[in-house]
Design a protein around this ligand. Structure first.
Ligand code: 6GU
Length: 273
């Protein structure tokens, strides 16, 4: 049986054999936000199912491919569609692509997601720069023996979201006239949305948004010593805030509505990284 490092290297070698550039920035594109990958120039798209050792995406609305090329003059690799723990992958499987990005030469990842607003001052359509996270998933992708070649046993999470990039993102948003929020992303495994009581807890403990992704990937990114920028698209208010039920349609509708802003924000940030 191949160990994790051998699997990572095998995947990375396969990808390297298909691409002409060395990506420095990795993009993980959330629900409805995969459109950003369509803007990549000189793009080479590689379906996840072609890549040795990659899990295969199951969720509709996710293209399920890596797109490698140039965006705003930067060499990037984008995940169009990601793997979620709630789909039945292990935490290690769901975060495997982050390790492969590191092996490709990536130094920074930009992680995006659709999230519910727990902070009552937020409205659907807001973009939120992630300043920190709370892991309420009751799990961690680093559980198990630690491979020192991949990272330390006890990674520091004091500055999980690179302060310099938080500042850059806020500066760019201001210049573009986008009223971004800055907040704490709270991870639940899903696939249920939270209950109103859970959302009251999130508010009490300092969470501003809730979602079902990103935190496992950021944990692995920090283990891999990658810099991180996280951006949430607040697609709906979390349970108990408005007098209406939650559904995935609203999530997709909102991402469609704000995708232009989202694209211009991320592209301008990329340009200045
Ligand atoms: Cl309200 N909760 C979670 N966990 N994920 C979401 C969401 C809510 N809205 C969009 N994604």
């Amino acid at each position: 049986m191949k160990n994790l490092r051998e699997k990572i290297n095998e995947s990375a070698e396969f990808i390297k054999s298909k691409i002409g550039t060395e990506p420095k920035i990795g993009l993980i594109l959330g629900s409805g936000l995969g459109v950003l990958a369509d803007e990549i120039e000189d793009a080479v798209a590689i379906k996840y199912e072609e890549i040795p050792n990659f899990p295969v995406s199951t969720v509709e609305g996710h293209a399920g491919q890596l797109v490698v090329g140039k965006l705003q003059g930067k060499n990037v690799v984008a995940m169009q569609g990601r793997f979620h723990f709630y789909e039945g992958y292990t935490m290690q499987e769901a975060t495997f692509p982050v390790r492969v990005m590191k092996a490709l030469g990536v130094e920074t990842i930009i992680v995006t997601n659709a999230a519910g607003g727990a902070n009552k001052s937020y409205v659907p359509g807001d973009l939120m720069i992630i300043k920190d996270h709370i892991n309420l998933g009751g799990n961690n992708p680093l559980i198990g023996p630690n491979d020192k070649e991949l990272g330390v046993r006890f990674p520091d999470m004091s500055t999980a979201y690179t302060p310099e990039y938080i500042e850059l993102a806020k500066e760019v948003a201001k210049e573009l006239g986008i009223d971004v929020k800055e907040g704490v992303y709270t991870y639940f495994t899903g696939p249920t949305y939270e209950t109103p009581a859970e959302i009251r807890m999130v508010q009490t403990i300092g969470g501003d948004a809730v979602g079902m992704s990103t935190v496992p990937e950021v944990i692995v990114a920090r283990h891999s010593d990658l810099k991180v920028l996280g951006i949430s698209c607040i697609t709906n208010m979390a349970a108990g805030i408005l007098d209406q039920p939650l559904d995935h349609e609203e999530v997709i509708e909102t991402t469609q509505r704000v995708k232009k802003q989202f694209i211009s924000l991320v592209k301008t940030i990329l340009e200045r990284m």
